[in-house]
Design a protein around this ligand. Structure first.
Ligand SMILES: Nc1ncnc2c1ncn2[C@@H]1O[C@H](COP(=O)(O)OP(=O)(O)OP(=O)(O)O)[C@@H](O)[C@H]1O
Ligand SMILES: [Mg+2]
Length: 292
């Protein structure tokens, strides 16, 4: 079932006022398979179940959210986030309600392979501004928009960087992901300079995810938080490796629906709490904006 939202320019100023606290959270890393999509759907669900209006934009050509939320895997290109980057975007966000049995304020703007086709327009000058321009010209009334980014740090994540108010960085406590985080921070600094952004997204924080019992995971899970905190980044409580995530994914439900008492809900609630503070406009502790 699709719901199309076309917001006319006439309404823009009214809605802009109403949505002044809209949070746009880009979940990104410099490494693949670290839990971006898992966090996107579970955080989206957690915030929506509290009554807030949430849209998840799948910006990944892999379209993993289609699997996580049991959606049609081959939507028409116009019904995907690729439409925003097409050069023809007219404000039609094809938002599909998900997990309606449990929440009624969670919607997904699907991604998928159509995103491969718009890479060349994204590479044009100004291409990285298209997402922000769409959301400015055709604002959505949602309290929270989550951008689920692909693993490669190219034009799509750069467009999310331009459009986002906040960034969340999941990482696994292993050498590859740690190096990926270093690359992400370098890329962030270089991109901010290149794009000369007036308002830069701040880091909501880092979260160690999929932490296993092995020696390297345990050592890095202890060493990394103080290292990032010393540089001014908030670090959320780690999320351990739980088969519950994989099971929830294969059942096509959020973790809380899979098991309402699951231990991983506690660290997820810590991130949800930080998101709610932003959405409600409350002040929270330091959020790093790359020292600027
Ligand atoms: N804490 C966890 N415990 C166990 N499995 C997890 C955990 N977090 C994520 N996973 C599993 O790891 C796999 C990769 O997760 P996910 O797809 O969310 O990562 P990703 O960063 O979005 O990957 P990609 O870079 O491909 O987009 C999935 O099968 C997911 O169920
Ligand atoms: Mg993903």
């Amino acid at each position: 079932m699709y719901r199309s939202t076309t917001v006319q320019n006439l309404c823009s100023s009214i809605i802009n006022t109403a949505m002044s606290k809209q949070m746009r959270l880009a979940i990104m890393t410099g490494a693949g398979g670290v839990g971006k999509t898992t966090l996107a759907v579970n955080l989206g669900y957690e915030v929506a179940r509290l009554g807030y209006k949430v849209a998840i934009f799948d910006l990944d050509p892999q379209g993993s959210i289609n699997v996580a939320c049991r959606l049609n895997k081959t939507p028409a290109p116009k019904a995907t986030t690729a439409w925003i980057y097409s050069g023809f975007f007219d404000g039609t966000y094809t938002l599909t309600p998900v997990w309606e049995k449990y929440v009624n304020t969670l919607e997904v703007f699907q991604g998928g392979s159509a995103l491969f086709k718009i890479m060349s327009s994204l590479a044009q000058p100004g291409g990285c501004n298209l997402l922000k321009e769409a959301l400015t010209e055709y604002p959505l009334p949602h309290d929270l928009i989550i951008f689920d980014c692909p693993a490669t740090l190219e034009h799509i994540p750069k467009s999310a960087l331009v459009a986002a108010t906040h960034l969340l960085v999941p990482l696994m406590p292993d050498a590859k992901a740690v190096d990926g985080t270093r690359v992400l921070l370098d890329w962030y600094g270089a991109s901010i300079q290149e794009l000369q952004l007036i308002s830069q997204p701040s880091f909501l924080g880092f979260v160690i995810n999929n932490m296993e019992d092995g020696a390297e995971h345990q050592r890095l899970s202890k060493e990394l938080p103080p290292r990032y905190e010393a540089r001014g980044y908030h670090v959320f409580p780690p999320i351990k490796h739980y088969t519950g995530f994989v099971n929830a994914w294969s059942e096509g439900v959020p973790l809380r629906v899979h098991r309402s008492t699951h231990a991983a809900l506690k660290p997820i609630e810590a991130i949800t709490g930080a998101i709610l503070k932003v959405v409600k406009g409350e002040k929270r502790g330091k959020t790093k904006s790359n020292g600027r």
